[in-house]
Design a binder for this molecule. Structure first.
Ligand code: FES
Length: 180
């Protein structure tokens, strides 16, 4: 009888930290900051910061890290390019600036090098991949096997631009979220 009581008591005490751990994992704040596969929804800027003529602009993506004990101040976790579109349903497009070839940052260029006629887009200086404004590969023989990684983007509270920030595997033709 005494032995049975000890076993029951030990099991109950062991269940307390396990339940606390499960509760912490289910907390949406903790989950959102650690699960890159699902992406992290962040407010990036406001609509008035984007040129109305569709020229893209680059923004840092800032986020706080939340764990069981602390919440760190906002720090950069990556960057995106945002551009306005003529689509009323989807007025802003967002791309991760990490080049899908090997992860260098691409930058907007008014004219993609060695492409005629003159075409604006994005250029990666590491191995010369280039992409059109819609993110598609601009030139045959591109080192990158896929276009830029588009991210979910929405307008909230009238003019706030929110992006679901995610990173994807480099060097693959498919868009595979890191952590998948
Ligand atoms: S990392 Fe961009 S072309 Fe290689």
């Amino acid at each position: 009888m005494k032995k049975a009581c000890c076993v029951a008591l030990g099991g109950a005490l062991g269940a307390v930290p396990a339940a606390a751990g499960i509760g912490m994992y289910l907390d949406p704040l903790v989950r959102a900051s650690t699960d890159n596969k699902a992406g992290l929804k962040v407010r990036v800027t406001t609509l008035d910061a984007l040129p109305s003529d569709g020229v893209p602009r680059q923004f840092k993506v800032l986020a706080s890290h939340v764990d069981a004990w602390t919440k760190t101040p906002e720090t950069p976790i990556g960057a995106v390019v945002l551009l306005r579109t003529s689509d009323a349903q989807k007025p802003v497009k967002a791309f991760n600036v990490a080049c899908p070839h090997a992860g260098c940052f691409v930058a907007y260029v008014a004219q993609i090098p060695d492409l005629t006629p003159a075409t604006p887009g994005y250029f990666c200086p590491c191995h010369n991949s280039s992409f059109k404004l819609d993110g598609q590969i601009a030139r045959a023989g591109s080192p990158a096997a896929r276009g830029l990684d588009e991210l979910e983007c929405s307008i909230q509270n009238g003019n706030e631009v929110w992006v679901t920030y995610q990173n994807f595997q480099a060097g693959t033709a498919e868009k595979v979220p890191l952590g998948a």
